[in-house]
Design a protein around this ligand. Structure first.
Ligand code: 6PG
Length: 466
């Protein structure tokens, strides 16, 4: 085989799927894994592309096989193992070489690692890869963060394997150092909010209107054919139709209602707050997962206070319009975090491009994203997605629908941590005079913090300090 274009270390589920995708698309690869015992099985899977795949028993041999400037992609946990890998490879690499972390990393770690490698003339790339195993194997959406030099070398490889939307590869350079991993983190925050929003509506339909999982799947299928169309509705339909292979009945009823989380949704909420922002829909989804983990406490509280809920009478058109408005608001919140980070870290993120590369391959891919990209390309007023004229018609129907949905659900005893946050965000942002005058007065009263006056004179104290 001619010289490999890229070395891949870490042949777990995602690493081997991405490696096979590359080989299939004509990229020459060399691979290694911490335990080399997995190599024969990988080579067997890659047999059809054998002329493009080389395996090496050690990391040292892998690096040795790569032409300069080297591209070394690591698909391993982005925590301590990534630092250990860097300790090992840094003495073996030469100025101009690039190490790519394709896992879900905390972007602060990515920035730290980029600085560390830069000290030796090396490049460190943080690249978010979305789409799960199937995406990695057949076409993921990828968010590159790193130097222009690394991007120029890596671009042909990742463009060959990325998902495509109307022929446009769903991969691009987001910016330097941690920009790619940050964009991926916010992608996951939006993913959390979208999943929770779907789960909330599913709960209303099931326990408020008494529909079966298969009946709800029919509704989701109909919505999926319209403007709500998205991968997450698509898979939810399939999930709700699935039967339990251990005992019959819908599999959803056999699953313990305790959600896992690896951390990216939580990071989004933490970073939003750190940046002086708040993404309440994402925070609501993180909270819902955290509360879901407290199963025995919920059992006890339910036994103590009762867990009854009232029947709900709500039409499907109202639900569909409400969900669409809430989805625009969830993206609006996500992009507000991206805007705050872009300013803080001077990344100059291109929001339209981000929406474009999320149109295919990733978990949050949705029809709406093409419009979101268009709204940013047109220049959303004040950079705010929810002010973009093309969404006004969605809000005209959707906000009254959301209000009806949230108030009916709350009155009936259903919690809607994400959908109710969407409405609180909307009602707060459309109010020129909110609640903060009283907060300022209280702060001044107990802490002499002062306040600005509406007549423009600044920093005054209340009469309580006269
Ligand atoms: C993706 C997914 C992927 C993964 C998350 C799930 O974009 O392909 O987001 O990265 O499924 O890690 O995260 P949680 O375990 O936190 O739900």
């Amino acid at each position: 085989m001619a010289e490999p274009q890229i070395g891949i270390c870490g042949l777990g589920t995602m690493g081997s799927a991405l490696a096979l995708n590359m080989a299939e698309k004509g990229v020459r690869i060399a691979v290694s894994n911490r335990s080399p015992e997995v190599l024969p099985a990988f080579l067997a899977k890659a047999a059809a592309f054998a002329d493009r795949v080389a395996a090496r028993d050690t990391l040292e041999a892998l690096i040795d096989a790569l032409p300069r400037p080297r591209l070394l992609l690591a698909m391993i946990p982005s925590t301590a193992p990534m630092d250990e890998l860097l300790d090992r490879v840094m003495p073996l690499l030469e100025p101009g070489d690039t190490v790519i972390d394709a896992g879900n990393a905390d972007f602060h770690d990515t920035r730290r690692r980029a600085e560390r490698l830069a000290g030796q003339g090396l490049h460190f790339v943080g690249m978010g890869v979305s789409g799960g195993e199937d995406g990695a194997r057949h076409g993921p959406s990828m968010m590159f963060g790193g130097s222009q030099e690394s991007w120029q070398v890596l671009k042909p490889v990742v463009e060959a394997v990325a998902a495509r939307f109307d022929g446009d590869p769903c991969v691009d350079r987001m910016g330097p150092d941690g920009a790619g991993h940050f964009v991926k983190t916010v992608h996951n925050g939006i993913e959390y909010a979208d999943m929770q929003m779907i789960a909330e509506v599913q709960d209303l339909l099931r326990h408020g209107t008494g529909r079966s999982p298969a009946g709800i799947a029919d509704i989701f299928a109909a919505w999926n054919a319209g403007p709500l169309g998205s991968y997450l509705f698509e898979i939810t339909e399939t999930v709700l139709r699935a039967e339990d292979s251990h005992g019959g009945g819908p599999v959803i009823d056999a699953i313990l209602d305790r959600a896992g989380q690896k951390g990216t949704g939580r990071w989004t909420a933490i970073e939003a707050v750190r940046l002086g922002q708040s993404a309440t829909m994402i925070e609501g989804a993180v909270a819902a997962r955290a509360w879901s983990a407290e199963k025995s406490l919920r059992d006890r509280a339910g036994a103590t206070f009762g867990s009854d809920r009232e029947p709900l009478d709500i039409d499907l058109g109202t639900l569909e319009s409400a969900l669409l408005a809430a989805r625009v608001l969830e993206y609006a919140q996500g992009f507000r975090i991206l805007a705050a980070a872009s300013q803080d870290y001077d990344w100059q993120l291109d929001f339209a491009r981000i929406a474009e590369i999320w149109r295919a391959g990733c978990i949050i891919r949705a029809k709406l994203l093409d419009d979101i990209a268009g709204a940013f390309r047109d220049g959303a007023p004040e950079g705010q997605l929810f002010l973009a004229p093309r969404f006004h018609h969605i809000f005209a129907d959707g906000i009254p629908a959301l209000r009806k949905l949230v108030s009916a659900a709350i009155a009936a005893g259903f919690p809607l941590p994400v959908l109710s946050s969407a409405l609180a965000f909307w009602d707060t942002m459309r109010q020129p005079r909110g609640t903060a005058a009283l907060i300022q007065a209280q702060r001044d009263f107990f802490g002499r913090h002062g306040f600005d006056r509406i007549d423009g004179q600044d920093h005054h104290h209340g009469p309580w300090w006269d």
